[in-house]
Design a protein around this ligand. Structure first.
Ligand code: ADE
Length: 455
C-alpha cells in the first residue's frame, strides 16, 4: 500500500506541523508511510494586510473566514499535488468515529479544512467540500485540534504505522474486538478490555489473577467478558444490535426437584407458566424426576425426567445444541436490563449460534440438576453461576459453559418453590412473561436480518 497524504488548510500551519513531528505519526512521516502538508490560507489573501476574515452579513458578533483565500488555497494545492477528498471540520458536521476512521484510511489523499473565528463562509461547505466532520459536541476555537485527532486516528490504521498490526484490530471501537466474524453491518463495537502491567502489586492494588496465570484461552475469555461488561456499563449504545432469528425456537422449562409437596400449587404454577409461554411464543417443557401423572395437564411429550433428557431431545429435534439460560429475578443484572444483554451473552460466548434453541430454565425448587443458588451469601455475586450451573453445563452444549460464566449474576436463580413461604406463582409468571416479551422485541422479522447469528 503506498503512502497516504493529508493536506491541512489552516491559519496555524506551524502549530499543526509541530505536533505531527512527534510520536508515531512523526515516525510514519519519516518512513514515508504518511505525508502531511500544511497550507496557510493567509498565503492566498490578496490585499496588503493579508486579510482572511470579514464581518458577517446580517450582523452579529465575531468574524467569518472569507471564501476567496480558502478556495484559492484548495485550488492551488489541487493543481500542485493533485485532487483530494475534501473534509470541512466543523462542530455542525456528522460525528467522526472509528468507522469513519476506517473508511478514511482507504483514501489516498485527504484535505482537512480548519476554520477559525465563527467559521468559514458557508458557500465553501456547500460547493467546495466532499463532507463535513465534527469530533464531538463541543466548540473548539478552530478545526486544527480536530484535524490532528483525525490524522492520528486514520494514520494509525495504515499498514506499517503501528509496530504491531494487531493492536489496531483490538482497539476499543474496533469491530474485530469481540469476534473476528462480527458483521460490519451491525455498526456496533465493543470497548476494549482493560490492560495491566508490572508491578503485580501497587500499594495493595493487585492485577486480576487470570492475567498472571498466563493461560491463553482463559485470558482470551476474560478479556471478552471484560469488553462485554465494560461496553454494557459505559457505552451500551455502541454494542452491535443483535437479534434473535425470527424462527429460533424458545423453550420455557419449569424445573422441579425431588420430593415436591403441594401438587395444587404446582398445577397453579404450571398453568400460569403455560399461559405465559404461549403468549410469549415459547413452548413449555417440564423437568421433574417424579411420576408423569403428577404433572396434571402437561402432555407426556413435554415432560422430562432430567435436563439431560430434555437437551438430548432438543438436539435431536433441531439439529443444534440448545443454549440454556437460568431465569432469576436478580436486581441490576443483565436480564433486568432486557433480553438484549442475554443475546449478547450467548453470541459472545464463543461458538454460540443464536438460531439454536434457546432454553429458559425457571428453577421451581431448590433441588434437582440445578443446585440451590447461594443468594445473599458473601461473595455470591462473583461466583454463583459456577456452582449453580454445574449440573446444567454438563447437560447442555459446552457453549453454555462460557455464557454461564459471563452470566454470573444472570444465573442467580431464586427457587420458586422455596419452603420458606407460599409459592409466588404470580411472580414466577410475571418474570417469565417479561423475559419472553423482551426476547420477542429482539426477534428479527425478516430472514435477511439473520446475520451475525453465526459466530
Ligand atoms: N471546529 C470547532 N469545533 C469543532 C469540532 N467540535 N469538531 C470539528 N471541528 C471543529
Amino acid at each position: 500500500m503506498s503512502g497516504q497524504t493529508f493536506e491541512v488548510f489552516t491559519l496555524f500551519p506551524e502549530a499543526v506541523a509541530g505536533f505531527l513531528r512527534g510520536g508515531l505519526v512523526g515516525k510514519a512521516v519519516a518512513r514515508e508511510l504518511v505525508s502531511v502538508h500544511c497550507t496557510d490560507y493567509r498565503e492566498f489573501a490578496t490585499d496588503r494586510y493579508r486579510t482572511v476574515d470579514d464581518a458577517p452579513y446580517g450582523g452579529s458578533p465575531g468574524m467569518v473566514m472569507k471564501i476567496e483565500p480558502v478556495v484559492a488555497a484548495l485550488e492551488h494545492v489541487t493543481r500542485e499535488r493533485g485532487p483530494m477528498h475534501r473534509i470541512l471540520l466543523t462542530p455542525a458536521g456528522p460525528r467522526f468515529d472509528q468507522r469513519v476512521a476506517e473508511r478514511l484510511a482507504t483514501v489516498p489523499r485527504i484535505g482537512l479544512l480548519c476554520g477559525r473565528y465563527e467559521g468559514i463562509d458557508d458557500r465553501v461547505r456547500e460547493h467546495f467540500v466532499d463532507e463535513c466532520l465534527s469530533i464531538g459536541d463541543f466548540v473548539l476555537n478552530g478545526g486544527e485540534v480536530a484535524a490532528l485527532a483525525i490524522i492520528e486516528a486514520v494514520a494509525r490504521l495504515r499498514e506499517g504505522v503501528l509496530g504491531n498490526p494487531e493492536s489496531a484490530a483490538r482497539d476499543s471501537f474496533s469491530l474485530q474486538d469481540m469476534s473476528s466474524e462480527t458483521c460490519p453491518e451491525d455498526h456496533g463495537a465493543w470497548l476494549e478490555h482493560p490492560h495491566f502491567t508490572r508491578p503485580p502489586d501497587f500499594r495493595g492494588l493487585g492485577v486480576p489473577d487470570v492475567l498472571l496465570a498466563g493461560a491463553h484461552a482463559e485470558v482470551a475469555r476474560w478479556r471478552r467478558e471484560q469488553a462485554w461488561r465494560r461496553t454494557w456499563a459505559l457505552r451500551p449504545d455502541l454494542r452491535p444490535q443483535r437479534s434473535l432469528p425470527a424462527g429460533a425456537p424458545v423453550y420455557l422449562v419449569a424445573q422441579f426437584g425431588q420430593g415436591e409437596k403441594d401438587m395444587s400449587e404446582r398445577s397453579a404454577l404450571l398453568a400460569a407458566l403455560a399461559a405465559a409461554a404461549s403468549a410469549g411464543g415459547a413452548e413449555l417443557r417440564v423437568v421433574a424426576p417424579g411420576r408423569a401423572s403428577d404433572l396434571g395437564d402437561v402432555p407426556r411429550a413435554a415432560q422430562f425426567r432430567s435436563l439431560k433428557d430434555l437437551a438430548r431431545e432438543l438436539r435431536r429435534r433441531h439439529g443444534a445444541a440448545p443454549r440454556l439460560v437460568a431465569l432469576g429475578p436478580a436486581d441490576g443484572l443483565p436480564l433486568a436490563r432486557g433480553a438484549a444483554p442475554l443475546l449478547d451473552l450467548l453470541a459472545a460466548s464463543g461458538t454460540g449460534d443464536l438460531s439454536a434453541p434457546l432454553v429458559l430454565v425457571l428453577a421451581c425448587a431448590g433441588t434437582g440438576d440445578l443446585a440451590r443458588p447461594v443468594t445473599n451469601a458473601p461473595g455470591a455475586a462473583s461466583a454463583p453461576s459456577s456452582t449453580g450451573l454445574r449440573g446444567l453445563e454438563a447437560a447442555f452444549s459446552p457453549v453454555i459453559l462460557q455464557a454461564s460464566k459471563l452470566a454470573a449474576g444472570l444465573a442467580e436463580t431464586t427457587p420458586m418453590n422455596d419452603s420458606s413461604g407460599p409459592q409466588p406463582v404470580e411472580a414466577a409468571a410475571r418474570l417469565v412473561a417479561d423475559a419472553l416479551a423482551e426476547l420477542k422485541t429482539c426477534r428479527s422479522t425478516r430472514p435477511s436480518e439473520l446475520r451475525h447469528e453465526q459466530q
